[in-house]
Design a protein around this ligand. Structure first.
Ligand code: SAH
Length: 285
């Protein structure tokens, strides 16, 4: 891994509080209905986090920032709760995954605000309230309701990997696809210190889904097109649920769309307006 063996850099974020570096007291709580891997600490000691990035020098936050990440994350979770998110496992995942580790140093003070942030290559990390809403919707699928948890999940649009990390703590198995090679690589690096073994990152065109791991009980897309790709419908399990933005009319507007697959066919429901980056076909290196 690049950067290994270089002297420890000062990384002022209080990652040690959540990093599992100091033994049992820093271990993360087990999530309700989560796989056994969820009991493991999500991050290694902070030095390894900083060193795990190829561009760690540029990513290190300015010295003296002193952000107490566990505290600000808890406040973000309070706001999610106040905003109507009710699912305890979803809230616990947000409490647990360090969003600041997925954004550039210059944006780190905004990491726990309810805002989307640029992640490079013209893409954005979605705002926490929307991510939480979409994951909560996944729990409303028939299979998720029957088992009380997310089982086999497909994410389209890995981006920086934040949502993949959340899903990794919640589901038995997650496949996440990204079409932009630099972002796929970046997510791999950012997730390396905390990547649970149940998360598989794929460089590919998510419009084709990922047939080898289908069928999926849950499919979640972080990019929206004019229609829902047929591959997603085909790869959705019976009892499965798909949550995606879909372009609404001819303009830029999108609506959050939920599709449930039943024995007798598909049922679609349309929810609130959202704003996601466009779903594009093909790969880009
Ligand atoms: N979930 C991400 C959000 C990333 S933004 C996060 O937590 O950071 C949406 C991502 O979808 C972008 O990275 C974009 O490149 C990707 N995307 C768009 N069309 C895609 C496609 N056909 N296949 C895979 N990824 C796609």
């Amino acid at each position: 891994m690049s950067g290994e063996g270089t002297p420890a850099r000062k990384f002022p974020l209080r990652l040690d509080r959540i990093a599992g570096a100091a033994g049992a007291s820093s271990r993360l709580p087990e999530l309700p209905g989560s796989p056994s891997v969820a009991a493991r600490p999500l991050l290694r000691p902070q030095r390894q986090v900083a060193n795990s990035h190829a561009d760690a020098r540029h990513r290190s936050a300015p010295a003296g920032l002193g952000l107490d990440s566990a505290g600000v994350r808890a406040r973000m979770v309070q706001r999610l709760r106040a905003g109507g998110i009710r699912h305890e496992a979803v809230l616990a995942a947000f409490e647990r995954v360090p969003r600041h580790a997925f954004v550039d140093a210059a944006l780190v003070t905004q990491a726990y605000e309810d805002t989307s942030l640029p992640i490079g290559h013209g893409q954005t990390i979605s705002k926490p309230s929307v991510v939480a809403r979409m994951i909560e919707l996944l729990y409303g699928g028939a299979n998720a309701q029957a088992s009380g948890r997310l089982v086999n999940v497909l994410e389209i649009g890995t981006g920086c990997g934040y949502q993949a990390a959340l899903l990794g703590t919640l589901a038995r198995s997650v496949t996440s696809i990204e079409r932009l090679k630099p972002l796929h690589d970046k997510a791999r690096e950012l997730l390396a210190p905390l990547r649970p073994p149940n998360l598989r990152l794929v460089f590919g065109d998510g419009m084709l889904g990922h047939a080898p791991n289908a069928p999926y009980d849950a499919i979640i897309a972080a990019a929206g097109g004019a229609s829902v790709p047929q591959a997603w419908l085909d790869q959705l399990a019976e009892g499965g649920r798909l949550v995606t933005p879909v372009r609404d009319g001819g303009g830029d507007g999108q609506v959050l769309t939920v599709i449930d697959r039943h024995a007798e066919g598909y049922r679609r429901s349309v929810h609130e307006a959202v704003k996601f980056v466009p779903l594009k076909s093909g790969l880009a290196r």
